[in-house]
Design a protein around this ligand. Structure first.
Ligand SMILES: O=C[C@H](O)COP(=O)(O)O
Length: 320
């Protein structure tokens, strides 16, 4: 058995992965440096915030989602920043959109319909595989992926089986993710580790490598539904795994922090982390996404302030 992008025996590589131990103190120290360090200088911040916008998977994952709030989300994704603000920044003709919209499988058809009606080619991403817990039968999880793809999702955010990770069944986890990979077909697969439930940084590192070996296009921190979601220390572990995997295989895997990312300032820290840890290539939507339901509102607010010198009243950014 070989993994799709790494032409050596998966067993040998897996054995190496299982021996890895993460140095917790070193990870925490690096995360502190990133969090407390410098982000883009003031005069560049608005441009960086626009860059962050283009990397957002604009998300709604709520029990009360309806065709109309999904439609609203899609319209916001196609025009995330008010036209006059972009014009003031000379960015109105740059076609700025978010990277994708992200919804539950049952809402994919609604999102595809809304985007088609708006003449937009923005990708629709869907969470699947028993999101967020992943505790449904494998057959059901696979069918869910297929259904979302059939309805028009071109990106699938799967959740890993935490039971397999926590009981050290890494080979079984690999096999399961391979099946999701096949079910995705041509759709991009982002693999959610649910890091808040993995217990240790070593488990996060192992789960990252197993997910990449099984063919993930992205690894993603969290569902947004765990009590601990995207943190900088965990991100350091994951991006180092991406770097290690790239050095060994030449294959570039993307990174998606998600869950609890709400402020423009945080988005600047995430961009800085990517730039410093993986380089400029990981600053674009094909290798970096921010999974967030409410981040865009704060970014738009900060851009409004940059352009006008004051913060907007609520009604001035009506769709935020
Ligand atoms: O994948 C995206 C997350 O579910 C979004 O989480 P959030 O609602 O905390 O931004």
């Amino acid at each position: 058995l070989t993994c799709h992008c790494y032409s050596t025996s998966i067993t040998g590589y897996l054995e190496w992965v299982l021996k890895v131990r993460v140095n917790t103190q070193a990870v925490l120290k690096r995360a502190q440096q990133i969090q407390g360090g410098k982000v883009a200088k003031k005069q560049w911040q608005a441009a960086w915030l626009l860059k962050a916008v283009t990397c957002i998977d604009l998300t709604t994952l709520a029990g009360d989602d309806t065709p109309s709030n999904v439609h609203r989300l899609c319209m916001k994704a196609t025009q995330p920043i008010r036209h006059d603000l972009l014009k003031s920044m000379d960015m109105h003709d740059k076609g700025i959109t978010t990277a994708a919209v992200c919804v539950y499988p049952s809402r994919v058809a609604d999102a595809v319909k809304s985007l088609k009606a708006a003449n937009s080619s923005l990708p629709v991403a869907s969470v699947a595989t028993g999101f967020p817990a992943g505790q449904t039968p494998l057959k059901t999880r696979l069918e869910e992926v297929q259904m979302a793809v059939e309805d028009g999702a071109t990106e699938i955010d799967i959740v890993i089986n935490r039971t397999l990770a926590l009981t050290g069944q890494w080979r079984a986890l690999y096999d399961e993710i391979r099946q999701f990979r096949e079910a995705c077909g041509d759709a991009h697969m982002k693999t959610i580790l649910a890091v808040g439930e993995l217990g240790t940084f070593t488990n996060v590192y192992k789960a990252s490598l197993v997910s990449m070996m099984a063919g993930s296009d992205f690894i993603k921190t969290s569902t947004g539904k765990e009590s601990v979601n995207a943190t900088y220390p965990v991100a350091i572990v994951m991006v180092r795994a991406i770097r290690d995997y790239c050095l060994r295989t030449g294959y570039k895997v993307g990174f998606k922090p998600a869950g609890g990312i709400r402020t423009a300032q945080e988005s600047l820290v995430w961009l800085t982390l990517m730039k410093e840890e993986l380089g400029d290539e990981w600053l674009s939507p094909h290798l970096f996404r921010l999974g967030a339901s409410s981040l865009l509102a704060d970014i738009e607010r900060q851009i409004y302030h940059y352009v006008t010198g004051r913060y907007p009243a609520y009604h001035e950014l009506p769709m935020a």
